[in-house]
Design a protein around this ligand. Structure first.
Ligand code: PLP
Length: 401
């Protein structure tokens, strides 16, 4: 997005504020579908948890995407946004049988990732087709917090438990209509992904009633300059071919599914903050903004490096800053970062603020969560109001003891 557009949005709607460029979501969606155009039946489930604003959900639905959900609440929001139940897949982890049953009653595709729940669900509802989440034990990326395919991961049913899984399916008489994997959020090496896919294909041969195979996500997008990103085009070329070949052998046309979150929305997002003060210490120059990890926790939680631009002074001389927030706790956004000279009142734009940013925001320090704006065809649409004191008071029950 243009810097002056972002600046105008900060002026019109105030700061801090999240801005999403719908065109970027659209172009990423098209890039993905184009990369897999040789697949006869392709289904892209947008991972709702990345950014669950209803207007964004409606927009991705309009693009033709289906939805990936991880909670009954996300399912309900998806239905509210206009997705039909058959366009939603539900991939929970560690939830109760009761929640799974609630979602199944909505006729949403269930994806089960534990043998215990598979047996319980299959025994009670043998007629409801179920997808199973496999853990192929392939490491994606190097960060064990975001890699979920490793041996100690709580996600998925281990590939080594296949004999017991097959016995449960046989004993309950249930139907397995899909296989799924999601190895984590850091796929750099396409060969590793293809290797995991082979494990899924091998497993798929054991099931006769499949209608789809879901390869999850974990597509990496660049955050900082020279960052490596998943080569979607290369993956598309290789996996599409292999998938169609598998379908031929399997004897039926299957749907190839993905569930990208970050890939679709990360780069669409900008988080705009205003600089409250510049504070020089003996060791650094702090730029203190009107936000903190209460609004954007990824740098503190994952060490994520969000590129930061001073859109109020884009031509200014570059200097080194530590960008920090206003929370009464260490809330460093960036350390020793080269940014165009910053003055009090300047607006700093954080890039890659579309995925897992607003969604992880909290009211810590009793601060309001930011407003959200969706930018499309030259217009800024407010899609979430900034909170007010009423939001902080809502649900509080005051007792005088
Ligand atoms: C979070 C999640 C995704 C999306 O991952 P991204 O890295 O944002 O693309 C997909 N599938 C499942 C099951 C998830 O939990």
């Amino acid at each position: 997005m243009q810097q002056d557009t972002l600046l105008q949005i900060a002026k019109d709607f105030g700061s801090p504020i999240y801005v999403y460029d719908a065109h970027k979501i659209e172009s990423q969606y098209q890039r993905l579908t184009k990369a897999f155009q040789d697949v006869n039946q392709l289904k892209i489930h947008y991972a709702a948890k990345a950014l669950t604003n209803l207007s964004v959900l409606k927009f991705v639905a309009k693009l033709g995407a289906a939805l990936d959900t991880v909670s009954v609440q996300e399912v309900q929001l998806g239905l509210r946004a206009g997705f039909s139940p058959d366009q939603i897949i539900y991939t929970p982890n560690g939830v109760s049988l009761k929640e799974i049953e609630t979602v199944a009653e909505l006729v949403v595709q269930i994806n089960i990732d534990s043998l215990d729940l598979l047996e319980q669900f299959g025994t009670k509802h043998p007629k409801t087709p179920v997808c199973i989440r496999i853990n192929p034990h392939v490491m994606a990326g190097g960060n064990t917090n975001i890699s979920v395919g490793h041996i100690d991961s709580k996600f998925g049913i281990s590939i080594h438990q296949m004999p017991l899984l097959l016995r449960i399916v046989e004993n309950t008489g249930m139907t397995i209509n899909g296989l799924h994997m999601h190895t984590g959020s850091d796929i750099l090496d396409i060969d590793v992904f293809l290797y995991a896919s082979e494990i899924l294909f091998e497993t798929a041969k054991k099931f006769k009633d499949l209608t789809f195979i879901d390869f999850g996500s974990g597509f990496k997008v660049p955050y900082k300059t020279n960052d490596i990103e998943t080569n979607i085009e290369e993956l598309g070329e290789k996996l599409s071919h292999r998938f169609q070949q598998f379908c031929d052998n399997y004897g039926r046309e299957l749907t190839l599914a993905f569930e990208p979150g970050k890939f679709l929305v990360s780069q669409s997002g900008y988080f705009l903050t205003k600089v409250n003060a510049i504070k020089q210490t003996t060791s650094t120059v702090f730029a203190q903004v009107d936000s903190g990890f209460n609004h954007l926790i990824r740098p503190m939680l994952y060490g994520a490096q969000h590129h930061i631009e001073n859109i109020s002074n884009p031509e200014g001389k570059e200097r080194f800053y530590s960008v920090v927030g206003y929370i009464c706790e260490t809330d460093t956004f960036a350390n020793n970062r080269r940014i165009n000279e910053i003055s009090e009142g300047d607006i700093l734009a954080f890039h890659n603020a579309g995925a897992y940013c607003f969604m992880m925001a909290s009211n810590y320090n009793s601060r309001y969560r930011p407003a959200e704006v969706l930018w499309y065809q030259g217009q800024a649409h407010l899609i979430r109001n900034r909170e007010t004191l009423d939001d902080l008071l809502h649900n509080q029950v005051v007792v005088e003891l």
